[in-house]
Design a protein around this ligand. Structure first.
Ligand SMILES: [Ca+2]
Ligand SMILES: [Ca+2]
Ligand SMILES: [Ca+2]
Length: 177
């Protein structure tokens, strides 16, 4: 198998902590343990409260161990640079569907956070993808759309650690990979 730098870092951290299971919630998720694979940046046509789900972030685990992502913040560049208390333009993962408490991402598993809402709420697909719904406020961004269509950055932040980010500076499509 391919040994990644992040896997080595993670393994070292796990050994240092004497762990055999998941990286504990008290530790920040290590840099590189998660990877953003796709961002929905712009809903086709007008950006309205009803089509907020066309804005989304998909990320996967690159870790060789289950990783506790409880408290992970998925946020745009405005939120990332705003250290004051605020509730706009970010989503905090405190639970995953099917788990009694906390949020532990298994090896190779994927999460998609949609900015809109869904009847029935969060769920896990048959193929094992967690789908979470941030239900952004209409007063945040443009009718709840928070990822700038032309240029922005999505950040995955755990405590003080920026685990991964993805930027774009174009306006030529609806998603960025
Ligand atoms: Ca947008
Ligand atoms: Ca649009
Ligand atoms: Ca933004």
């Amino acid at each position: 198998m391919r040994i990644t730098k992040s896997a080595i870092v993670l393994s070292t951290a796990a050994l240092a902590a004497g762990l055999v299971g998941a990286i504990p919630a008290s530790a920040d998720v290590p840099i590189g343990a998660l990877q953003i694979v796709e961002v929905g940046t712009d809903a086709m046509g007008s950006d309205t409260f009803a089509n907020r789900n066309r804005e989304f972030v998909t990320f996967k685990s690159n870790s060789r161990l289950p990783v506790d992502i409880t408290g992970l913040v998925v946020q745009d560049n405005w939120s990332h640079g705003n250290s004051g208390p605020h509730t706009c333009n970010k989503y905090v993962i405190n639970a995953l569907p099917g788990q009694a408490s906390g949020a532990v991402l298994g090896v190779g598993e994927t999460v998609t956070v949609f900015n809109g809402a869904r009847v029935g709420g969060n769920y896990k697909t048959a193929s094992g993808e967690y789908r979470l719904f941030a239900d952004s406020d209409v007063d945040c961004g443009t009718a709840g759309h928070v990822f700038n269509n032309d240029a922005d950055t999505v950040w995955l932040t755990s405590g003080v650690t920026d685990v991964h980010s993805k930027s774009w500076d174009w306006n030529g499509g609806y998603t960025v990979k």
